[in-house]
Design a protein around this ligand. Structure first.
Ligand code: ZN
Length: 317
């Protein structure tokens, strides 16, 4: 059978404030805000999508910013670090940039071959990394204030912490088309497609406390599937593994199913299309609030509840 899962689609995290979130990801990291919409399950909360120029699968980090929400805790059963890919020669540029905006970071450490990781956190404590590598042929998104040769190219990997890796590994390899491609110490790397943007690292962390949801934590990890037909085929495999997937849900820019993997992380399988250009021009992605059909009649009320956001581009040049 053809491959049902092609790699990572997106990562969705929880934040404590919309404006702070925009400043960090659009401003400091220079990602493109490809969509401003609302949480379809709680429309009084924004849903921001950041990514590369087109918001391609494997580049999309999304947030639900709940104003004033208390912090969660990193731990077992959680995706704790979302890593972005940048060129090896950009190490100095990014360390300088992090310093400039007073972001603490851990000293660079070599992980697998030709891969240097620098860990830091956003204002809510969300775990992030820049992976400096020359193994990534994707183009970076040049937003005007990050020089193109230093721009983030998309994700590199997502790191989840588990009590043990076997049950999650079983699900990844038997139902989700992943294979083990590398391991080192307590880190096991899987991929559906062996390229940056698609690596899932399971880090066995039996001595850690369990993660607690809150701001600065990841809500779910989404895998990409080509279309609705392959999505239904994956759903059937998940049912056969005795997990409980949701029905197919319409997320406007893709359709989704969700289920919890045995270690506790919420997984989603999202279709690669139709993508972010279905309700606004490609040149103007993310510039204004987009609502799905069901919430359009409530636009005025929702706009009054959502705190306005501004793009302070000058500060980030
Ligand atoms: Zn999602």
């Amino acid at each position: 059978m053809a491959q049902l899962i092609t790699g990572i689609h997106h990562v969705t995290a929880i934040a404590s404030g919309a404006q702070k979130n925009i400043e960090f990801y659009r401003g400091i990291l220079g990602l493109r805000l490809v969509k401003q919409t609302v949480n379809f399950d709680a429309p009084e909360v924004y849903h921001f999508y950041y990514g590369n120029e087109n918001g391609d699968p494997g580049s999309i980090l999304t947030f639900f910013p709940y104003e004033g929400l208390i912090r969660g805790r990193h731990g077992k059963g959680m995706l704790n670090t979302t890593a972005f890919s940048v060129p090896l020669a950009s190490l100095e540029f990014w360390l300088e940039r992090l310093k400039k905006y007073r972001i603490n970071y851990k000293p660079p450490q070599e992980r697998f071959e030709q891969e240097v990781a620098v860990y830091f956190e956003d204002a809510d404590g969300l775990g992030l990394e820049l992976i400096f590598t020359d193994n990534d042929s994707r183009a970076g998104y040049a937003n005007g204030y990050i020089p193109p040769n230093h721009a983030i190219k998309g994700f590199y990997n997502a790191e989840i912490w588990e009590e043990g890796y076997e049950r999650t590994a079983g699900l990844l390899t038997e139902q989700l088309d992943h294979v083990l491609i590398a391991e080192k110490g307590n880190r096991f790397r899987f991929a559906a497609t062996n390229s940056p943007g698609n690596y899932i690292d399971i880090v066995c962390s039996p001595d850690r406390m369990k993660g607690l949801s809150g701001s600065g934590t990841v809500h779910h990890l989404a895998f990409a599937t080509p279309d609705k037909e392959t999505q239904l085929a994956v759903r059937l495999k998940i049912v056969k593994r005795m997990l409980n997937p949701t029905p197919v849900l319409d997320r406007n820019y893709f359709t989704s199913i969700y289920f919890r993997e045995p270690g506790g992380v919420l997984f989603e399988v999202a279709t690669s299309g139709p993508g972010f250009a279905i309700d606004e021009e490609e040149d103007h992605l993310g510039e204004s609030l987009k609502l799905p059909e069901q919430f359009e009649p409530r636009r005025k009320e929702l706009e009054e509840q959502l705190l306005p956001i501004t793009f302070n581009d000058e500060q980030y040049k």
